[in-house]
Write a protein that binds this ligand. Structure first.
Ligand SMILES: Cc1cc2nc3c(=O)[nH]c(=O)nc-3n(C[C@H](O)[C@H](O)[C@H](O)COP(=O)(O)OP(=O)(O)OC[C@H]3O[C@@H](n4cnc5c(N)ncnc54)[C@H](O)[C@@H]3O)c2cc1C
Length: 247
């Protein structure tokens, strides 16, 4: 037990969005070109960059189509992501070409920010495992989901605060907190690992192999894709025109 009185616990905040911010990058289509051209131009490959933009588009498309993947690795993007823990559990399954650092529930008191589905989140699942689709929930279902979540979140956060007030360590008290709690992380990737992630975590009409990701991780993926498409427009276009599969 500590003698220091604890400040009043903050009021829970309920959010239906995710936050994705590109905080650092070193990524351009030209990074793909010089890496690829070392095959034929050797140490002169950097000088080849300015030559013939049409050839450059063609080369990126060829690399994507024929799955020559390594030239897409010579770049880097770091994102700050805030999303519910259940999104992070799915996200961190992506092991290759990704680096993660996440806020600690041992070293800091976790803030009461919780996920609730927005009005446009389809609530009702239909279909068979592996090929689900989702349809609109009724206003009653939206209300029920929101009320149940908010009640449960408040209850768990109260329990967390009560344990902290008793002097129990954060790393123990956090066990009562749900996967709808928001966390934050830095995630660093390159274009190749991002494409692999996007192929699996977005649903897209151009995908040669459809995937059926959970909507909330797809919201994160869509925001990352938008940032990446601005940095590497030729690579992004080639990804789309070749079935959205990582090379
Ligand atoms: C719609 C959907 C539903 C899912 N459902 C489930 C589920 O119910 N349960 C569950 O546990 N997971 C589930 N997953 C997670 C999935 O099984 C993968 O763990 C996740 O998508 C990461 O993919 P990955 O392994 O290809 O990526 P990465 O780990 O980034 O690997 C990239 C690529 O590297 C190669 N690679 C990486 N590690 C190895 C290795 N050890 N051996 C050989 N090759 C390797 C593979 O070619 C792999 O595709 C689901 C994923 C999606 C998209």
């Amino acid at each position: 037990m500590t003698d220091t009185p604890r400040p009043t616990a903050p009021e829970p905040e309920f959010r239906d969005d995710v936050h994705v911010e590109l905080v650092k990058h070193n990524a351009a289509d030209s990074d793909v070109l010089w890496a690829a051209r070392v095959s034929t131009a050797g140490e002169q490959s950097l000088e080849e960059l300015a030559k013939d933009p049409e050839r450059s588009t063609g080369l990126i498309n060829y690399l994507m189509r024929d799955r020559h993947g390594s030239p897409f690795e010579h770049n880097s993007m770091t994102f700050l992501v805030s999303a519910p823990i259940f999104v992070f559990r799915e996200f961190m399954r992506h092991r290759v070409g990704w680096s993660y650092n996440e806020e600690s529930g041992r070293y800091r008191e976790l803030q009461p920010v919780f996920y609730v589905p927005g009005a446009d989140r389809r609530l009702v699942q239909e279909g068979r495992p592996g090929k689900y689709h989702f349809v609109e929930g009724s206003p009653g279902q939206h209300k029920a989901a929101r009320e149940a979540m908010e009640t449960s979140y408040r209850h768990s956060y109260d329990a967390y605060q009560r344990m902290l007030a008793e002097g129990i360590a954060r790393e123990v008290a956090r066990a009562v907190l749900p996967v709808g709690l928001f966390s934050s992380m830095y995630a660093t990737c390159n274009a190749r690992s991002l494409m692999h992630f996007l192929g699996l975590r977005t649903q897209h009409e151009l995908a040669a192999v459809p995937s059926f990701p959970q909507r909330e991780i797809e919201m994160v993926a869509e925001r990352m894709e938008l940032e990446w498409s601005r940095l590497m427009p030729l690579t992004h276009a080639a990804f789309n025109s070749n079935g959205r599969q990582a090379p």
